[in-house]
Design a binder for this molecule. Structure first.
Ligand SMILES: Cc1ncc(COP(=O)(O)O)c(C=O)c1O
Length: 446
């Protein structure tokens, strides 16, 4: 296992992070696709400080607050602008896993509220990541992260990954959308619709797949199937949402509105831990009629200073038209990545949407055979990039849970063109160096 001693973070400004030894890093992935307005933003810091000076936290059973109400309004408006009218109920939590956990519970509570208490099954997909709490982990198809907990997880059927570069065996790439949606229908029928509560998926798969957008038509067909069988459709937009893919909601691109959705990373851009489970009015009304309110939440739910951070970040994202910028410049990031990988045959696939792009590295571009897991190509890329002062987000396991290496770029939305060129250039150098290394190691691994 490649284990490097971590540098110690000192400070950050814009796209740059500085460690305590004075080394400077260009943040090409916003950490794990989080820091969407860069580091050290004074306006956000001032807003948080001002809130802390007034009060840090009004406990949710005692108070509401201006930041909580304003953030609710902003998200409701952002959703409605993108065709998601009615996504106006939300629970603010401290991160992505809590958001997903709340989404699952809202779906289950909704089914109970409408007299369908037998609907307890959640369906999810392989090569997806929904978080590290037991419920969210149970829905995740990330073998390495599940392995120590197998046997204790919820029994969640995991369907095929929806990836045209790696279609299910025997399925032509063009048929992946239809085939995979049909697979969902088959699974619902197999379990019995009266037992199925919800289907959860990432509209653009992040860490576990490497920026894999659902092929056209998939999400719309899933929507139809969920409607037909009374199954709650949950979009996990923790990584791909909040503008990252060039629309505020990732599913907006597909013209589809989920019943429930999670957001987190970009919502407060890392300035405070914040996530949200957002649910449609029609779900909320059924729950409220029966139970009064959703039964999910924690001590820090609706944390006032965290919501103030979210408001400050979202005001900047809106004022500076950063989601529009991501939509406009996503193709440029893709083009720069393609150029950076020129001549590297092992760059098997380059894919993504907006400022959420990845390159998948393969041993054999013809057969798409991945590198052996023990070569740890993703960790080598991380080290080679860090040595060049670049932070990117390499992950493994996208083929079978262990093999399959990809590298994600997810720069802050306010990145300049020169910075994008620098990020892609440094990544190109890092990948080239690693490929030379692993080609040498190749024969003993073939
Ligand atoms: C799609 C998705 N859902 C949920 C999570 C869990 O979020 P967190 O790590 O903030 O708990 C992640 C984290 O990477 C994610 O990418």
């Amino acid at each position: 296992m490649i284990r490097a001693k971590l540098p110690k973070i000192a400070w950050g400004s814009g796209l740059y992070l500085h460690d305590t030894d004075g080394k400077v890093y260009l943040d090409g992935s916003g950490g794990p696709a989080v820091y969407c307005i860069g580091h050290g933003n004074q306006e956000v810091n001032e807003a948080i400080k001002a809130q802390l000076d007034r009060v840090a936290h009004g406990y949710r059973y005692s108070f509401t607050s201006d930041p909580l109400e304003e953030l609710t309004e902003i998200i409701t408006r952002r959703c409605a602008e993108g065709g998601g009218e009615g996504l106006d109920r939300m629970v603010f939590v401290s991160g992505g896993s809590e958001a997903v956990e709340s989404c699952l519970k809202i779906a289950l509570q909704y089914q109970s509220a409408r007299g369908e208490q037998g609907r307890r099954k959640i369906i999810a997909r392989q090569r997806s990541w929904h978080g590290n709490t037991l419920g969210a982990l149970s829905c995740s198809g990330f073998a390495e992260r599940r392995e120590p907990f197998e046997g204790a997880l919820l029994d969640v059927p995991l369907l095929s990954p929806v990836n045209t570069y790696r279609p299910p065996v025997g399925v032509p790439a063009n048929d992946v959308a239809q085939w995979c949606a049909d697979e969902l229908e088959r699974e619902i029928l197999k379990l019995g619709p009266h037992r199925v509560a919800a289907f959860i998926f990432e509209p653009v798969v992040g860490a576990a797949g490497g920026c894999v957008p659902a092929p056209p038509g998939y999400a719309a067909r899933v929507r139809e199937i969920c409607d037909r069988y009374g199954v709650v459709m949950i979009a996990d937009e923790v990584m791909c949402g909040s503008g990252r893919c060039g629309t505020w909601r990732a599913l907006q691109h597909d013209g589809v509105v989920p019943d429930v959705m999670s957001v987190a990373k970009g919502l407060a851009a890392g300035y405070m831990p914040l996530g949200a489970a957002i649910y449609h009015r029609r779900i909320g009304e059924v729950i409220e009629d029966r139970y009064g309110a959703v039964s999910t939440g924690h001590t820090f739910t609706g944390h006032t200073a965290a919501c103030a951070a979210g408001v400050a970040v979202q005001r900047i994202v809106q004022r500076e038209k950063l989601v529009e910028k991501v939509a406009a410049e996503g193709p440029l990031l893709r083009e720069l990545l393609v150029q950076a990988m020129e001549g590297i045959a092992e760059a098997g696939d380059i894919r993504g949407r907006g400022f959420f792009q990845a390159v998948e590295l393969v041993k054999d571009p013809e057969t798409r055979e991945p590198f052996p897991a023990d070569l740890q190509v993703h960790l080598r890329v991380r080290q080679a990039a860090l040595a060049r002062g670049l932070i990117c987000y390499p992950v493994n396991g996208n083929v079978d849970g262990k093999c399959g290496d990809h590298v994600i770029l997810a720069p802050p939305y306010n990145v300049t063109r020169a910075e994008l060129e620098d990020i892609a250039g440094r990544l190109g150098e890092a990948v080239r160096a690693v490929i030379v290394e692993v080609r040498k190691a190749g024969p003993s691994h073939s």
